[in-house]
Ligand binder design. Structure first.
Ligand code: C2E
Ligand code: MG
Ligand code: MG
Ligand code: MG
Length: 281
């Protein structure tokens, strides 16, 4: 049959396509076992203020695959969402983040630091999400005020009622919320007004060419002004150089995350980063 199909029809047994499908399936099945095999770890990227004081960290998931080495979250998070692996994985991230908060509470220099955790839509939509977050906080004995959940605008597309109810329940306990990758999604100002948010996080795509692209500069100024008028904090991600930071500071954004200050750090590196700062102070 494949023979009679002719040259211009899609061949069913395209070897390249076959290979891509097989590779993906392999990665998927590896992903299911990776949690049990302890292949995930978190890196921690500092968030700082205009004085260079550390405000907290964002927890960023890493997968250390035994054969492939480090797999980017841009690759495996979408797969984890499709397969449902994101649910136990997201819970593990919350557990690890809460343990970090509790460990930092023991020392006055670190007790005020926040830990930001990325939450996927599937995870947030799970009926037990609120209870799971509260359970992890309780289990670790972590102060809920130090936990910041990063949500994306994709949550706003449907089920606003559910989103507001869940956020409000967590906020009552002290948990804060940041809207990640802000400006790249579908937020309408109406939704933005209704959400009990604490912070907007300016997406790195607007920060990158801030100084050369007047549109990006205008967008950044608008986001900062919007945050100010809604009474929200604002942080910029992907800050790589001093000119970007200076522009942001001049336009009212005083919290930053990016390579200019630090790359995402492994646990031991973060420890060293914190110690260097405490000694300098
Ligand atoms: P995100 O939450 O927007 O995280 C920021 C990304 O920007 C991170 O990529 C970080 O390493 C990178 N970054 C930080 N500073 C700079 C900089 O100065 N320049 C540039 N070019 N990039 C910078 P990463 O770690 O590869 O994570 C990619 C995305 O994967 C995250 O984007 C987030 O959406 C997702 N992700 C990471 N960890 C988790 C997690 O635990 N759960 C979920 N659901 N998603 C996660
Ligand atoms: Mg994030
Ligand atoms: Mg982001
Ligand atoms: Mg981003």
């Amino acid at each position: 049959q494949a023979k009679t199909a002719g040259r211009n029809t899609l061949r069913f047994f395209d070897p390249d396509m076959q290979q891509a499908v097989t590779a993906r399936a392999a990665l998927e099945s590896d992903l299911r076992q990776a949690l049990a095999q302890d292949e995930f770890l978190l890196h921690w990227q500092p968030q700082v203020d205009s004085q260079g004081e550390m405000l907290g960290v964002e927890a960023l998931l890493r997968w250390k695959h035994p054969q492939r080495g480090m797999v980017s979250p841009a690759v495996f998070i979408p797969l984890a969402e499709e397969t449902g692996t994101i649910l136990p994985l997201g819970r593990w991230v919350l557990e690890t983040a809460c343990a970090q908060i509790a460990a930092w509470a023991a020392r006055p220099e670190t007790a005020g630091l926040t830990v930001a955790v990325n939450v996927s839509v599937l995870q947030f939509r799970h009926p037990d999400f609120v209870d799971q977050v509260l359970a992890e906080l309780d289990k670790a004995g972590a102060n809920p005020r130090r936990l910041k959940l990063e949500l994306t605008e994709s949550l706003l597309v449907s089920d606003m009622e559910e989103t507001v109810t869940k956020m409000a329940a967590l906020k009552r306990r002290g948990v804060c919320f940041s809207l990640d990758d802000f400006g790249t999604g579908y937020s309408s100002l109406y939704y933005l007004k209704r959400l009990p948010l604490d912070q907007l996080k300016i997406d790195q795509s607007f920060v990158r060419d801030l100084l050369s692209d007047p549109n990006d500069a205008a967008i950044v100024r608008t986001i900062v002004a919007l945050a100010q008028s809604l009474g929200l904090h604002v942080i910029a991600e992907g800050v790589e150089n001093e000119s970007q930071q200076q522009f942001l500071a001049e336009h009212g954004c005083h919290a930053y995350q990016g390579y200019l200050f630090s790359r995402p750090l492994a646990a031991e590196q973060l420890q060293a980063f914190l110690e260097a700062r405490t000694h300098a102070a």
